[in-house]
Design a protein around this ligand. Structure first.
Ligand code: F6P
Length: 357
């Protein structure tokens, strides 16, 4: 019996998407009679009916390729049931196109938003399997997401390079890493890069504590400091505000990114020379690391095994060093934040790394 598998990548891209697509495709072709339909630009393509039947050759030579051969878009979950000016009922359109493609299942590669929509479609009766990608590593129920380790490697390399110039100039360098809600990337790259101060969205910081940590280093004869800060980090004062209030406060104070603000504040408070560095999307670009190639492949093969077993409504996950899965309904709508008692947090504190609190 032929199985028709639709596959899409949604949300922000990351290294390992193509490796994972290849894992799904190769394992499917070898385990059963598979036809794979590539859906362009994530859910946007599923809504618009933008897809093509893939050939085996389409999955050749993509293991090491960054980005996604299928293209990706952000199609917010919150808008899925909202009918906008275009008058398109998005959920109906996705279900109709699933039928039109005569799919037996849909495989979605994405982060938290993607999993929420995958769960919505599963609740609507479609056969869906979710695969966990994101450099943020914040998908609930999996120890790790693919893309995360490559981003940690890239961000660590940035910190390493900043280290040498910081030391030469005796400067305080504030490096802003991606992660709006969860600070995994900043925590791991910060520790791997030997940052002196690490600031995460989960732990509101007090600028006086940060300034004090820089001063203590100066007193100990170290005239430079490395601060790794997650883009979503906020001060204790901001953390006490409501979202809208915080946005207004940032607008009034000409907020131009957390690293810029901290660098300016430290210059004023400590009198050091400070610079902000924002590597941005560099952290999501390029070839996946060997670890992520392997992880993406294992995840992709597991998805094919779930298809073979017709076990749908699942989110593939790494659980205690074994590739497994959770129910999509358990994963959707939850975020895996850095817990206050995470081993890496406790290790950082034990080493005298300041977390700004
Ligand atoms: O979710 C991944 C991520 O890279 C976040 O770390 C970051 O906040 C966001 O995407 C950036 O989004 P965009 O690529 O749409 O600017």
């Amino acid at each position: 019996m032929k199985r028709r598998i639709g596959i899409l990548t949604s949300g922000g891209d990351c290294p390992g998407l193509n490796a994972c697509i290849r894992g799904v495709a190769r394992a499917s072709y070898s385990m059963f009679d598979a036809e794979i339909i590539g859906i362009q630009d994530g859910y946007a393509g599923l809504i618009a009916g933008d897809y093509k039947v893939m050939q085996r050759s389409d999955f050749s030579g993509i293991l090491t390729l960054g980005g996604t051969i299928l293209g990706t878009r952000r199609t917010p979950f919150s808008k899925m049931r909202v009918i906008g000016e275009d008058n398109v009922d998005k959920v109906k359109a996705m279900k109709d196109n699933y039928k039109k493609m005569r799919l037996d299942c849909l495989v979605t590669l994405g982060g938290n938003g993607t999993h929420k929509t995958a769960n919505l479609l599963s609740e609507e009766g479609l056969n869906v399997i979710g695969l966990p990608k994101t450099i943020d590593n914040d998908i609930w129920g999996t120890d790790v997401t693919f893309g995360f380790h490559t981003a940690v490697d890239i961000a660590t390399d940035v910190i390493d390079r900043i280290h040498t110039t910081a030391a030469s100039h005796g400067r305080c360098m504030v490096i802003e890493l991606m992660g709006n809600k969860a600070g995994w990337l900043t925590l791991y790259a910060g520790m791997a890069g030997g940052a002196d101060i690490i600031l995460l969205p989960e732990i509101p910081y007090d600028i006086k504590v940060v300034a004090d940590a820089v001063l203590r280093r100066a007193e100990a004869g170290k005239d430079f400091s490395i601060i790794a800060v997650a883009e979503g980090a906020m001060s204790v004062e901001e953390a006490a505000m409501k979202k809208k209030e915080r946005a207004a406060f940032r607008q009034e104070t000409n907020f131009s990114g957390i690293a810029n603000r901290i660098a300016k504040e430290l210059e004023a408070l400590v009198g050091v020379e400070a610079r902000a560095v924002v590597p941005g999307h560099v952290q999501r670009g390029g070839t996946p690391s060997a670890y992520d190639r392997m992880l993406s492949t294992l995840f992709g093969v597991h998805a094919a095994q779930l298809i073979a077993a017709e076990n749908y409504g699942q989110a593939v996950a790494m659980i205690g060093n074994t590739v497994s899965h959770n129910a999509l309904s358990d994963v959707a709508g939850k975020t895996k934040f850095v817990p206050a008692d995470a081993q890496a947090i406790r290790a950082a504190r034990s080493m005298g790394i300041s977390l700004g609190d």
